[in-house]
Design a protein around this ligand. Sequence first.
Ligand code: NAD
Length: 497
Amino acid sequence: MTILTRENWLARATQVTPRTQAFIDGQFVDALSGKTFEDVSPRDGCVIAHVAECDQDDIDRAVTAARRAFEDGRWSSQDPAARKRVLLKLAELIRDHLEELALLETLDVGKPISDSLAVDVPFAANCFQWYAETIDKTYDEIAPRRTSALALITREPMGVVGAVVPWNYPLIISAWKLAPALATGNSVVLKPAEQSPLTALRLAELAMEAGLPPGVLNVVPGYGPTAGAALGRHMEVDKLTFTGSTEVGKLFLRYASESNMKAVSLECGGKSPQIVLADAPDLDAAASGIAWGIFYNQGETCHAGSRVLVERPIREALIEKVRQVAGTITLADPLDPGAKIGAIVDKTQMERILYYITQGTQEGAQIRLGGTRVMVETGGYYISPTIFAGVRHQMSIAREEIFGPVLSVIDFDTPEEAVRIANDTHYGLAASVWTQNITTAHRMARALRAGTVWINCFDVSDLTVPFGGFKQSGTGRDKSLHALEQYTQLKTTWIQL
Ligand code: NAD
């Protein structure tokens, strides 16, 4: 692959034609109201597309198409091996369109093009491949019965799945939902975030090209309180899978209870602690894990290690090392292949982050790095990597999810105190412990109330392990074989012999 320069990417950006209509029943269509919304690129604040603004009527049309496709068995009754072939083809098509998808993702959400190329697009392709390869090797069960009866326990698709996703990893999170849902035979209506509809629309087109029958995957761009709520409340949606904020996650529970009791799984926010003990085996590695753990993807990562809990004697040494690593993480135009931090997704999110930076200062924490908006002349939304020291865990910057490149450093004196502070949050998505004492590591890992605990590393993962939260970080798990449980339900068939 030739390495493209910023100028090459800029030229391509003028040539790319985003799909802007909704994708329903195998076709691109306008919203029934004819309305569109502006899709703004955060790299320069310019409008890059006018996208169909779907509302309740469009959701209804998409759910009806999905229901029809499910009931007539065009996908749900196919042999698993046949579904596998289509999903493997989709993985291949995603790889074939690597540069186009990466460019759309970067323009839409402002993440560095090098990450879109190396992470977002390939990870999405791998996800479709992984579930495709899984689905014809997954067996049902026979209950242990006497010979007078045969009791079968089978997993069946839920039916119509509604998927509502956020803007921080649009392709990857869509793939985490779509791949297991489609592999198990469901039909899906996907609502991308209003900030990031472009790759989802292109993905739907590629899925058709791969052989997915019409109606099995529908994509309805639109706003949360209209399109998202209509999907959450729809009586013909059997399962709703959501990734986004805790606040909106709770709304989906309400929508389900006020409509048809659809099954709901939620991947929500986080305030993940990285705990560094004085005996950490390699402080340089810890500093690197900490800096990348918060500054990667501009800090717009649900499990970002936004709190560092450090044993008091090594605090200053650690902060200095994190500062040094942060200095090597280049903030630039996301279309610059050298950029490692790009733009914040939109103006609202940028202002929210700046608000928290002001709050942190007013509450008495000290800024040790960054803390300002930069590259204002571009018209885009950029914030420099920011480190706060002297943070007490009652402060808002230590308790609330900022969802930006802002690190809060908190001191502790004993491992017990560290665990207490780490768990004193209503989130529970992820945590890490840096120590060379295997007993301490193991005890702390068990004591931490989080869906993932990393020991002497951070954000290392692949599709083989589940991902999701304890407490108000969510219910249910994406990734791994366990995700299949979310998109299927058990049926007992008792045959009297
Ligand atoms: P958000 O909750 O505002 O939006 C997520 C989705 O919900 C979007 O598609 C949006 O349109 C929709 N939505 C918004 N309001 C709605 C409403 N009233 N009714 C129905 N749908 C509605 O979140 P965001 O700002 O897009 O993303 C950031 C949040 O997502 C952060 O809290 C982050 O931690 C979380 N997140 C969690 C995970 C995870 O796996 N746990 C992964 C990524 C992001």
